[in-house]
Structures are given as structure tokens and as C-alpha cells.
Design a protein around this ligand. Structure first.
Ligand SMILES: Cc1ncc(COP(=O)(O)O)c(C=O)c1O
Length: 457
């Protein structure tokens, strides 16, 4: 696969903002004594690891769109690890969890329970041709289940996924993932996990010279045809962290090529599903439905760790194999949280809200950054917005803007060292969304050396 598979990306182009930089150390030095003391204890108690410990700050409260830190500062949370579509501590989610805790707090394997069955039915009904479901205690585990199911269904173990992608931190998920941070020095990864370059909107490197000829899709078609034994293509339908949709028609071509060559199409929508992009599922923006969909994060209502594999009903072909045998597989508490979350998303019209507010926000950011030399591109789908900075001009700009915004009470993450990734709750109040975006615009303009003031429309 040499023509399509290129080298790993540099380690600084990581999933999130990295935690060992001088800017991080300076930020932490500015925190108050309570936060500093707990960060110190955290480092002594936890194994340190990239992107995680040492931590950024101490959270002491979370409600709606807001995180409160140990210094009593309220931060509008435009990150939320993609779990807070319905905001933190939504009363209907919390109420459902409380009731479920009193009734059936745990369900041992071999038993089933009403909330779990109801959840699987509700999820299946969301898919165009229905789905059968497996639940898992986290996204990486669900990705592993999807990989096992694809192997069982096709008899093939080889996969195609993207350089630069992230599908979870476990070794199987890191094998299909394409980020150096999770692969380098990890030892042997799973065999047969081949990678191609992703269909990124800017700077894609496929040589289409400005007018997209979709050489990226042709590469996947070529690899599927040439190898002939690929079991699955696995990808996010749109890279979440960098907010990078594929060119129109890309997924239709990959979908058709998978069918033609006996491969399954697996979409990982762990951070994107349930309305983030202004549709219930991100694949609804494409003319291509997957054979297997993996969701997670917001499914647990911002409280419970929960993920799910939604497989086309014809893939119920492995009754004698263990696909995902997890202790907390059919958690009644997790399922109750998820059913309540689906209810909130439906009853509060959050998918439509994400589309409407997202359109306004994209327009607002695009006009605010018109002519700003530091901004390469502003992208968005629903309430997922990405501001890509010219780190060729100012390598530390993204991190500097992030810390400047945090000091002003807005939290978000930086992706691949260059994209400010904004993902507010889908039920955020409009005025607060404006306030948060205005703070980001002000900080970017300030870094660019220009006018900081923002006309809030
Ligand atoms: C696209 C994608 N896939 C998989 C995962 C892994 O999910 P989890 O952290 O629940 O294992 C993530 C987490 O960030 C993700 O963004």
C-alpha cells in the first residue's frame, strides 16, 4: 500500500493540546494555591502520561455549559470532551440516573434489563435500515467490537483507516488510529491495519492543485481493488478534532468501493453522533450510510461512560463468538442516562438547534476573521467549529490563544497544534454562545496584533 500510506504525523500534531509545554507550565503557575496543591497530589498519585497528567486545572463543579475551577472561576466549556451535548447535570438525565440507582444499580452479565433493551431499540430505530446493538463501557472498546464484528462478517482482518485519525487509546484502536502520539514506541500494533491520507479540506497534499479531483477517494478505491482482501474501511465521516469534512461525494465513492470489494464501511462517530453536526448522525451529511456505526461520549448524558455499536441487522452473524464481553455491558444506570439523553435531544429539538446556532456561529466567526492574517480557515458543521491558525506564521499561536481565553473564562481544546476546536453544549443559551465566541475572536485578533474589539451581532 505504499502509494497511499505515508508517514506518521509529527508528535506535536496531537489529538489535544499537549501538557508539557512552557505555556502550560506558565498557566499552571498562575493558578491559586488550592488548585496548585491538588495538581501536585494528582501528579504524585497518577501515572503521568501525555495529554493527561500533569493536568491543566482542577474542576470542582460542572453545570449546564459551565465548569467551575478550584479558584472559583467559571469557565464556559466549549470542549467538554464531547460528552456534554445536553450540558452538564441535565436534570432529566440526573433524575433518570437517581431513579435507576434506587431500582437496579447493576445488571450482572447473563441478565438483561428494561433500560438496556429500550436503549438498544431506540438506537436501532435511528438508523436508516435499523440496527442491532452492542453496548460497551467506552469508545475504544466499542471500536474493538466493530473491528471484531467486521472480521467475523467478512472473514478478513485487514482494515484501511486514516493517518492522523484517532479511534481510542487501546492497542487495537491505536492500530487503526494514525496519530504518532499513540503509536510511536508502543511496540507491535495489530497486523493488517493499513493507512491512507485523509480527505482534508485544506492543505490535503493529494495534488489536486486547488480544484478538488478527489484523488483521495481514488486512492481508497485503488487500494481496495488492488489488495482485494480488506475487511473494513474505518473512519470518522468527518474528522472531529480538526473539523475537517470530506469533499462532497467522497464517502459515496468509498461506500460504493467497499461494496464492490467486499469490505464493510465502519463510521466512528463517537464524538459526532447525536446532533453535534446539526444532524442526528454526521453520516447524514453524506450520501453514504455505514454498515457499522460506533457512537459514545454524549450517549451517557455527560455522566456515564457508555458507547454503542450499531450494526446493520444482516450483521447479526456471530452468535457463537464473543465480540464485546464487558462487565458493564448492559449497565441499567448507563442505559437510563442514555435513554434520558435521547429524550432530551428529541424534546428540546437539539439537533435542529445545533444546525441553526451552528450556521449563525460559522457566519459570525467567518466575518469576524475576514482578513485576519493569523486565521487560515474557519470551518463548521452544526455546533462544531474549527478555527485553523497560521502556525507557519506564529507556531505558538493556538496554544497562546487557548490560555488567553481560559484566563477570560472560555475553555476549549487545541487540535494538531493549530486548530481551535469549539464544541459548546447543544442547548447553550444564545447570548452565552455569542459571549464565548466573542472572547475567542478577541484573543485571536489580539495575538494577530490587531483590534481586539468584536461587533457582537
Ligand atoms: C473519534 C474518536 N474515536 C474514539 C474515541 C475513544 O473514545 P473513548 O475515550 O471513550 O475510548 C474518541 C475519544 O476521544 C474519539 O474522538
Amino acid at each position: 500500500m505504499s502509494d497511499a500510506a505515508q508517514t506518521d504525523r509529527a508528535p506535536d500534531r496531537a489529538e489535544g493540546d499537549v501538557n508539557g509545554t512552557p505555556a502550560r507550565r506558565a498557566w499552571v503557575r498562575g493558578l491559586g494555591p488550592r488548585a496548585a496543591a491538588l495538581l501536585e497530589r494528582d501528579q504524585r498519585a497518577f501515572l503521568r502520561q501525555a495529554l493527561s497528567t500533569p493536568c491543566l486545572n482542577v474542576a470542582v463543579g460542572a453545570a449546564g455549559d459551565t465548569l467551575r475551577d478550584a479558584d472559583g472561576r467559571d469557565l464556559l466549556d466549549f470542549h467538554g470532551n464531547s460528552v456534554h451535548h445536553v450540558g452538564y447535570g441535565h436534570p432529566r438525565v440526573v433524575g433518570a440516573i437517581r431513579r435507576q440507582l434506587d431500582q437496579l444499580p447493576f445488571c450482572p452479565r447473563r441478565y438483561t434489563n428494561l433500560p438496556a433493551v429500550e436503549l438498544a431499540e431506540r438506537l436501532g430505530a435511528l438508523m436508516p435500515e435499523g440496527a442491532k446493538v452492542l453496548l460497551a463501557p467506552g469508545g475504544a472498546a466499542a471500536v474493538g467490537i466493530a473491528m471484531r464484528l467486521a472480521r467475523a462478517a467478512t472473514g478478513r482482518h485487514r482494515t484501511i483507516s486514516f493517518w492522523g485519525s484517532f479511534h481510542g487509546a487501546s492497542l487495537d484502536a491505536a492500530s487503526i488510529g494514525g496519530e504518532a502520539m499513540f503509536r510511536r514506541d508502543a511496540g507491535p500494533l495489530l497486523p493488517g491495519c493499513e493507512h491512507v491520507d485523509p480527505p482534508t479540506p485544506d492543505d490535503c497534499g493529494w495534488g489536486c492543485s486547488g480544484s478538488c479531483r478527489m484523488l483521495c477517494a481514488a486512492a481508497v478505491e485503488r487500494v481496495l481493488a488492488r489488495e482485494g482482501d480488506v475487511g473494513a474501511v474505518i473512519a470518522e465521516p468527518m474528522r472531529c478534532t480538526t473539523v475537517s469534512p470530506a469533499p462532497a461525494g467522497y464517502w459515496r465513492r468509498v461506500r460504493d468501493a467497499c461494496r464492490a470489494h467486499g469490505a464493510l464501511l465502519i463510521f466512528d462517530e463517537i464524538p459526532l453522533a447525536l446532533g453535534r453536526t446539526g444532524r442526528m448522525f454526521a453520516f447524514e451529511h453524506e450520501d453514504a450510510a455505514p454498515d457499522i456505526l460506533v457512537i459514545g461520549k454524549a450517549l451517557g448524558g455527560g455522566v456515564f461512560p457508555l458507547a454503542a455499536v450499531l450494526a446493520h441487522p444482516r450483521l447479526d452473524i456471530a452468535p457463537d463468538r464473543a465480540l464485546g464481553h464487558y462487565t458493564h455491558e448492559k449497565s441499567p444506570v448507563g442505559a437510563a442516562a442514555a435513554v434520558a439523553t435521547l429524550d432530551v435531544i428529541r424534546d428540546e429539538g437539539l439537533v435542529e438547534r445545533s444546525a441553526t446556532l451552528g450556521r449563525w456561529a460559522l457566519e459570525f466567526l467567518r466575518s469576524a476573521f475576514d482578513g485576519c492574517p493569523l486565521v487560515r480557515a474557519v470551518r463548521g458543521r452544526g455546533l462544531l467549529l474549527g478555527i485553523e491558525l497560521r502556525t507557519d506564521l506564529d507556531p505558538d499561536a493556538a496554544e497562546a490563544v487557548m490560555y488567553a481565553c481560559m484566563a477570560r473564562g472560555v475553555s476549549f481544546k487545541v487540535s494538531e497544534g493549530r486548530v481551535l476546536t469549539l464544541a459548546p453544549p447543544l442547548n447553550i443559551d444564545e447570548a452565552r454562545l455569542r459571549r464565548g465566541l466573542s472572547a475567542v475572536v478577541g484573543a485571536v485578533r489580539e495575538r494577530a496584533g490587531g483590534d481586539r474589539s468584536v461587533n457582537v451581532v
